[in-house]
Design a protein. Structure first.
Length: 544
């Protein structure tokens, strides 16, 4: 048995160590994928086994932040693979895993997830869903005290209003963001947002105001080098500058700006600008050429749109999510019920085991008492027989008489010894049984904490007397026979039986030493006919 316990202990230790090692390895892998995501790594299909293993592991062993991060990273992989419906489902699952009631909730990642969802909705022309995602991202950025990120999220509302062709709201949002940036001292970020006011002013014919914004944009945004060339990826600005030159009838300058737009990869805007320029010059060949190019570029912009598919998955997920919450609640209730049943069974097993051992000990004690009683009865029978023999012996047989007397004396000695043993054993058992009662424990607590605790109440004495009478019935019958003793005298007799000291009696009865001595003297006189109090204990012990 000893070796089996050692083997089990070693197995459990090995299991714990292996679990710790696996957890450390999975945490490192999660950290690595997160760093790749922050570095704008373009994920491919080769990353799927990695993120799937992370999801499977942390869904069982991770906390709320780890579960949210793994589902978010899985969504990022599908997002980069062009699988927008699956990516959206992963993002929504990640949002569900977040526990926003905890102080350590990763609000930064939660805001980023909503930002990714907004991008998906924008690409699929779902402005209402996009606006909801943007507002959630903005909310968690503010909650995380990330002011710049919150302003960026707020600025994304202009994309929604652009899909709705609501230029007034676009201008309002942009101007508020510009004011925020100026207050924070980020004039460069404020200047970068001027591209929207420039576009609106050009469409409304406010050319002087548009030119003023363009000068601020070129001088303060940080997008332009010393030669006036814009940062790669921002060449769409040349389209708006070309439109301004067309409004000023500077067609050659406008054509140069439109060609810069084309070289930056913005073919639709570039061809549209060149078409407008050659229409203003009335050159039919060029007009026809750039009209075809613009039409072709415009058609390619709206290819591969899966708006219905995204919207269907979004609506279906909301429905299935409620079902899953109900199923999880039902499962949790079932687990709790099983746990309670298990606890009750364990409690019953423990109680049954304790009862078995207590009963076994009690049975053994009773057997011992019965053995002593049987031996005592046998000796008494033998003594009676010897007594009869002694009485029948003739006085002449002195020698035989002396022998019989000696044997009788020896038997009496053995009987007294057995009586003492029996009394000790019985008294010990009765005292142990009484000490385990509620009142026995109460009085023992008062004795152990003397004199800190107050004396027992009258109700305590009533309960104490009842419990004492049950465990020391013969003794109680002796001291109460004929109603000779008062209440105080009964209390002193009971405390003497339980080996209380005089100073403890003083505390329990809340009287002085003289009162205790008088009570003991009265008891000794009533029970044994003696006037003093010093030998009361000895007299009581002689009888019990």
């Amino acid at each position: 048995m000893k070796y089996i316990i050692h083997i089990i202990s070693v197995f459990l230790m090995a299991t714990v160590l292996a679990s710790c090692t696996d957890n450390e390895a999975m945490c490192q892998r999660l950290s690595y994928v997160s760093q790749c995501n922050r570095a704008d790594t373009v994920f491919t299909e080769a990353w799927l086994p990695t993120v799937d293993s992370l999801v499977n592991y942390f869904d069982r062993h991770g906390n709320a932040n780890e579960k949210m991060m793994t589902h978010y990273l899985k969504g990022r992989v599908h997002h980069d693979m062009g699988e927008s419906p699956i990516a959206l489902e992963c993002y929504q699952k990640a949002v569900e895993m977040a526990d926003t009631t905890r102080k350590d909730c990763d609000l930064r990642t939660l805001a980023a997830i909503y930002g990714q969802m907004a991008d998906l909705f924008h690409l699929q022309y779902l402005p209402d869903d996009e606006m909801s995602a943007i507002k959630m991202a903005e909310y968690y950025d503010w909650k995380n005290n990330d002011t710049l990120s919150a302003i960026i999220a707020y600025r994304l509302r202009t994309k929604v209003y652009h899909l709705r062709c609501d230029t007034d709201s676009m201008l309002y949002i942009t101007n508020r963001c510009i004011d925020f940036y100026h207050k924070l001292g980020h004039n460069d970020l404020a200047a970068q947002l001027l591209i929207i006011p420039i576009s609106v002013c050009l469409d409304r014919g406010q050319y002087e105001e548009a030119w003023k914004y363009m000068q601020i944009h070129e001088n303060e945004s940080g997008f332009f080098d010393k030669k006036g060339n814009i940062k790669p990826g921002k060449e769409l600005y040349y389209f708006y500058k070309g439109k301004y030159f067309l409004s000023q009838n500077k067609i050659d300058n406008a054509i140069i700006e439109f060609r810069k737009t084309l070289s930056g990869g913005f073919s639709e805007a570039g061809y549209k600008g060149l078409l407008s320029a050659y229409e203003q010059r009335h050159i039919p060949d060029s007009i026809a050429k750039y009209a075809r190019q613009y039409s072709k570029s415009n058609d390619s912009t709206f290819m591969h749109v899966n708006q219905d598919m995204i919207h269907q998955i979004s609506s279906q997920y909301i429905y299935t999510r409620q079902q899953r919450i109900a199923e999880e609640s039902k499962m949790n209730a079932t687990c709790l019920r099983l746990y309670l049943i298990f606890v009750i069974l364990i409690a019953i097993t423990i109680i049954t085991t304790c009862a078995y051992f207590i009963n076994k000990i009690r049975t053994k004690s009773m057997l011992r008492i019965n053995q002593l009683l049987n031996t005592k009865n046998e000796l008494i029978s033998m003594l009676d027989e010897k007594q009869v023999q002694i009485e029948s012996i003739n006085e002449v047989n002195t020698k035989i008489l002396e022998t019989q007397l000696k044997e009788q004396k020896q038997l009496r000695t053995e009987i007294e010894y057995l009586n003492e043993e029996l009394e000790k054993f019985s008294n010990s058992e009765m005292e142990k049984a009484f000490s385990k009662t509620t009142m026995g424990q109460l009085f023992q607590t008062i004795r152990d904490n003397y004199p800190k605790l107050a004396p027992p109440s009258s109700m305590d004495w009533i309960r104490f007397t009842k419990s004492f009478r049950e465990h020391f019935s013969l003794y109680y019958k002796f001291i109460t026979d004929g109603n000779r003793l008062s209440k105080d005298q009964l209390k002193v007799c009971m405390m003497i039986r339980l080996n209380f000291h005089e100073y403890e009696m003083v505390h329990f009865m809340n009287v002085d030493n003289q009162r205790i001595n008088r009570v003991k003297q009265q008891i000794n006189k009533k029970l044994f006919g003696e006037m003093n109090s010093s030998n009361l204990r000895k007299n009581l012990k002689r009888h019990f």
